[in-house]
Design a protein. Structure first.
Length: 269
């Protein structure tokens, strides 16, 4: 990967106010990127934009709720107005949950997660696509290992990530010959803080993190792997050994993958 592939390139990152998106922005700023930072928390976006300037990049904060197609359109228009084009779109905004289906008392969880994880990616991609075609740019989506296998306590989350995979894999075929690459990213558990904000059975934020933080990937390391995969126009990046092994096991012993997924949730790592 070239060390200056992002220099003076316009990069839109959704879900930039924390976690993986925050870390990707910092690392791309160090390479001199023009960053368009999107999330709902404007204060955090402004803080990040200032940090990115200090790290050597240019950055602008665009408060955006990706569940609103009009706001997604405005995000893309703001990026083009500020920097003239779009080279990278990274669909990273996400919402999660931690509850078994038979424990859930608020069914709106499923709609909310699908709106953020799936439709938010669809809206941003739709409006950015003409500019990405013009620049022969890079399109990426941060999915999850749950986009490849079912996971207990994550029914709605897994469904949304499977939807993302179907959408972007189909779009990749449509874009053959256009010069636009589509990279799907499949992290495992990452210490991002999103778990505390994830929905519990009652539809309210969990407020606690059920994971063993000392045994899962850090956000900076995840961001580094994301950036490498995107820069190299890789079809996909499966980040963990367990995830890579699970793909092969699923072909010959899918029941064993179910056991592995259940154990991962029980152990929180």
């Amino acid at each position: 990967m070239s060390d200056n592939i992002f220099k003076n390139k316009t990069v839109i990152i959704t879900g930039a106010s924390s976690g993986i998106g925050w870390e990707m922005a910092k690392q791309m700023a160090e390479q001199g990127a023009n960053l368009v930072l999107a999330a709902r928390n404007n204060d955090k976006l402004i803080e990040l934009a200032s940090l990115c300037y200090r790290l050597g990049g240019k950055a602008m904060a665009v408060p955006t709720d990706v569940t609103d197609p009009k706001q997604c359109n405005s995000l893309i228009e703001a990026a083009v107005k500020a920097f003239g084009n779009i080279d990278f779109l990274i669909n990273n905004a996400g919402a999660t949950m931690w509850a078994r289906l038979d424990e859930i008392t608020d069914l709106t969880i499923f709609e909310k997660i699908m709106q953020v994880n799936y439709l938010g990616s669809v809206y941003c991609t739709y409006y950015a696509l003409p500019y990405l075609k013009a620049s022969k740019g890079y399109l990426a989506a941060v999915s999850s290992l749950t986009g490849k296998a079912g996971v207990p306590t994550r029914t709605g989350y897994a469904a949304s990530k499977h939807a993302m995979v179907g959408f972007f894999d189909s779009l990749r075929v449509e874009l053959r010959g256009s010069g636009v690459s589509v990279t799907m990213i499949y992290p495992g558990f990452v210490d991002t803080g999103v778990q505390e904000r994830g929905f519990g059975a009652d539809g309210k934020p969990l407020g606690v993190n059920p994971l063993q933080l000392n045994k899962i990937m850090t956000a900076p390391e995840c961001a580094r792997l994301c950036i490498k995969a995107i820069a190299n126009r890789r079809r996909e990046e499966v980040m963990t050994f367990r995830g890579k092994l699970g793909q092969w096991i699923k072909l010959i012993a899918p029941g064993l993958v179910d056991q592995i997924a259940a154990k991962a949730i029980e152990e929180g790592k």
